[in-house]
Unconditional design. Structure first.
Length: 76
């Protein structure tokens, strides 16, 4: 059975960049080394990428002035 990413409809405007990124990440495999960084979480507390070790994580950087970013926000 294919992973869910291969059953998605990449034609939707907001999902196309995420779909391409997901395929790229899958192709990198487990040998890709993550960056170590800390960012504020939704509740304002610091969240480290290392807190999610062993789990899939999508980090989406966007700006309120970025039209394509705003278009993809409903998808997230």
């Amino acid at each position: 059975m294919s992973p869910p990413i291969f059953r998605m409809n990449p034609g939707r405007i907001g999902l196309r960049p995420a779909w391409i990124l997901a395929l790229l990440l899958i192709s990198l495999g487990a040998s890709a080394r993550p960056l170590h960084f800390t960012l504020p979480g939704l509740n304002g507390q610091a969240v480290q990428l290392a807190d999610f070790r062993g789990r899939w994580v999508v980090v989406n950087f966007w700006a309120s002035w970025c039209a394509p970013c705003l278009l993809e926000m409903p998808e997230l």
